[in-house]
Design a protein around this ligand. Sequence first.
Ligand SMILES: [Zn+2]
Length: 155
Amino acid sequence: MFKLETEEDLLKAFRPRDRPLVERSPEVTFPLFVKHCFTWAHPAGGRVFLLFAVPGGAPTGIAFDTNGGGASVAHLCDWCRVPGLGSRVGLLTTRLNSKKVVGVHVCSDLGCRQRLEDEADRTGRSAVPAIQELIARMGAFASEGLDIDLTGVRR
Ligand SMILES: [Zn+2]
């Protein structure tokens, strides 16, 4: 669990390249308490935002571009591993730098945590282990795909 007090704290979680893209929606209010992760969509569409922190790590934000609907075939989300049809799981992309775009096949609305909680409710199990794995996969994407320092020291 972490807390962001102000818009400045929120922006600081994002890479400098992502900060101009960040647009709050009405559900993003301060102080913002984040348990595991928090996601929201750009009010105008076309973009989704992710905030999370690995255990002991700093708040980390990523701005993703959504890329329209995919084909109507079942895909498995790379992060929560819940299958979704067509546009429910799609390619989200973000820029590593001016030349390179990095993508990941995940729930297009970044609703992974909710899906894991729903699944846990259905089966009567705790969602916590699955959510911990989800956060670890988000962290791996951020550090390996985007070279983000999850500890926050090297930012
Ligand atoms: Zn997912």
